[in-house]
Design a protein around this ligand. Structure first.
Ligand code: XIL
Length: 400
């Protein structure tokens, strides 16, 4: 008598798995076979114990510096002990978020307020943390005195503004010489639309345009910075480099500077983005810089991932925190992003989050006409590691 064919053999021979499952009694509801218990739902992932959190700077030491942007209050151990604890445990780099901008330093022509920035630099030095300097030329924070003067003689006026720019940069870069590893020399100078290479709504561009090429202030800024400090790395810094149109404009500027022999060391990618960021765009941005010139450095300078994907989407989670699903989505995006960043470690030498924890983020008061609590960083409002933290330090951690 012929032996019945085994189910294993029929696996190979059966035309469809549906037929096969039925023949093997695996299809459910099939005659006399025992019904299977309903599939049990896997337990929800649990946030790992915060006391086991590794230091970010240790985890990323093989790849790049890991930084946070800091405002003065946050280095005060008396009032902000939890911020100080996070900074000293986790970060190998600090960016001075506001105190090195000209609206703080450039009180008046020839008169400088270095005090708040000096305090942050001293804190960093005391704790063995390196400092990224931000920023010499930004249209948002350039005081009016730079542009005062008689415009009826455009050549003389341009020379005056140029002299002020060069003097300011010389004095500020000299002041911090040897204390900072990078300067954002110019911030957000690229245009946002196709073919519009330069931002034109900048008082620097406008002043220079009165006589000659408006964008020449960029070149002047880099040359003055290099003359003041031959060693510090000099950056052009901008947002939305993950967007192809913006990136093309920015890289056209970098190419032009390189062609003219202007001393530029690298490109800063702000990455102020949202939890639906495509890491592929960041990959393209880092790659494009690498391909432009092997001499260029990449830095991620102002990373945060807003939990809101539009001005009113959703309107406001409020102070209570974000749903677990949103925390999970943010964490997955951070994980994909850091997978990309690690792959670029040869050109990428620092990655900085724009803030320390969700307790203090500029997004709470930016981007909308109303106040909206945001949760864009790696530590929560209690300064505890979020899912996003665990996602980037440990690939084995299951996310919600
Ligand atoms: C922001 C600061 O975080 C705010 O505190 C300040 O009020 C405005 O500037 N791009 C930059 C940063 O280059 O300097 C900005 O910082 C955020 C956007």
């Amino acid at each position: 008598m012929q032996a019945p064919r085994s189910c294993a053999l029929s696996t190979i021979l059966a035309a469809t798995s549906v037929l096969l499952l039925a023949a093997c009694g695996g299809g459910g509801g099939g005659g006399s076979s025992t019904p299977r218990p309903p599939p049990s739902t896997p337990p929800a992932p649990q946030l790992p114990d915060a006391s086991t959190a590794p230091a970010l700077k240790t985890v990323f030491a093989p790849y790049f510096r890991i930084g946070a942007a800091v405002v003065l209050e946050q280095i005060d151990a008396a009032t902000h002990p939890d911020d100080v604890a996070l900074l000293t445990k986790h970060f190998s780099s600090i960016t001075v978020a506001n105190a090195m901008k000209a609206d703080t330093i450039a009180v008046a022509e020839g008169q400088y307020n270095f005090e708040p920035a000096d305090q942050i630099v001293a804190f960093a030095q005391d704790n063995g943390i390196e400092v990224r300097a931000h920023t010499l030329v930004w249209h948002v924070t350039s005081p009016d005195w730079f542009f005062a003067g008689d415009r009826s003689d455009p050549v003389a006026y341009r020379a005056l503004v140029r002299h002020r720019l060069q003097t300011y940069i010389t004095d500020v870069v000299t002041h911090f010489k040897g204390k900072v590893y990078a300067w954002d020399v110019v911030n957000e100078v690229a245009g946002a639309t196709e073919g519009q290479i330069y931002r034109t709504d900048s008082p620097w561009y406008e002043a220079y345009s009165l006589s000659g090429e408006g964008a020449d202030y960029i070149e002047d800024a880099f040359r003055a910075a290099r003359a003041a400090d031959p060693d510090v790395k000099l950056f052009i810094n901008d947002f939305l480099t993950e967007n192809a149109v913006k990136r093309a404009n920015l890289l056209a500027i970098v190419q032009d500077l390189l062609d003219k022999g202007v001393p530029i060391d690298g490109v800063g990618h702000q990455i102020h983005s949202q939890i639906n960021l495509s890491a592929a765009g960041v990959d393209a941005a880092l790659t494009a810089v690498e391909e432009l010139s092997p001499s260029l450095i990449n830095e991620v300078t102002e990373l945060d991932l807003s939990v809101y994907t539009g001005p009113s989407v959703p309107s406001n989670y409020g102070a209570g925190g974000i749903p677990n699903a949103v925390a999970g989505q943010q964490a997955r995006t951070y994980r994909e992003l850091f997978d990309v960043l690690r792959r670029h470690d040869a050109s990428l030498d620092s990655v900085t989050t724009w803030g320390i924890s969700d307790a203090e983020t500029w997004l709470d008061y930016s981007g909308t006409t109303f106040e909206r609590k945001d949760y864009p960083l790696l530590f929560d409002v209690q300064r505890q590691p979020k899912w996003s933290f665990w996602a980037i330090v440990d690939p084995a951690v299951q996310l919600p």
